[in-house]
Design a protein around this ligand. Structure first.
Ligand code: HEM
Length: 155
């Protein structure tokens, strides 16, 4: 049961980050200022209200599951989690709130695009770290096989 919860919360959190990222890029490139403002508002609510609990549940259940586990994969996952959580809570959440306020006021100035660029960078970093944690998790549960060692035989 904790493994299922961890899997589900990890997938929800990863999907949130990637959906926020892709929809932001698309709407900034092709959308109207109104569409950008609407998306920025949706990212704050309900977006952050889904992302933050999902991240907390993923981290909490991961720490719980790791009590019964030893090894390199679990240690590496544990080391990545503070970066994922810190990046989420200290960068992505404040950026999302500031961008929502600026867009709602129609302020699409250099501050908006500076914060937006920073948010996309933090989002991409978290997508990569969470992707690695999903991969290592699936390896631990045997759903994903580790890459085979290079074949050094001579035929
Ligand atoms: C955003 C962060 C994380 C994501 C996206 C994530 C994702 C996953 C996934 C997809 C699985 C495979 C579940 C399955 O196949 O049923 C897994 C397993 C696992 N994860 Fe995580 N994980 C994260 C953080 C952590 C943390 C911080 C720890 C603690 C060290 C951790 C410990 C584990 C353990 C021990 C398993 C294996 C469970 C078992 O063998 O029953 N995970 N994780």
């Amino acid at each position: 049961m904790p493994t299922r919860l961890h899997l589900l919360a990890g997938i929800v959190a990863s999907l949130c980050i990637s959906t926020f990222f892709v929809s932001t890029v698309l709407v900034e490139l092709f959308g109207s200022p109104d569409a950008v403002a609407r998306l920025k508002s949706l990212i704050v609510a309900p977006g952050l209200w889904i992302l933050i609990p999902a991240l907390a549940v993923t981290g909490g259940s991961g720490i719980f599951l790791s009590k019964a586990r030893r090894g390199r994969l679990v240690e590496t996952k544990k080391k990545r989690m503070p970066f994922i959580a810190g990046n989420g809570l200290l960068v992505l959440v404040p950026c999302a709130i500031v961008l929502d306020r600026l867009a709602a006021a129609g302020n699409f100035d250099t501050t908006f695009y500076g914060v937006q660029a920073f948010e996309l960078l933090a989002g991409a970093t978290n997508m990569a770290l969470m992707g690695l944690n999903v991969r290592d998790g699936l390896r631990m549960t045997g759903r994903l096989r580790a890459a085979p060692a290079a074949d050094t035989r001579t035929y």
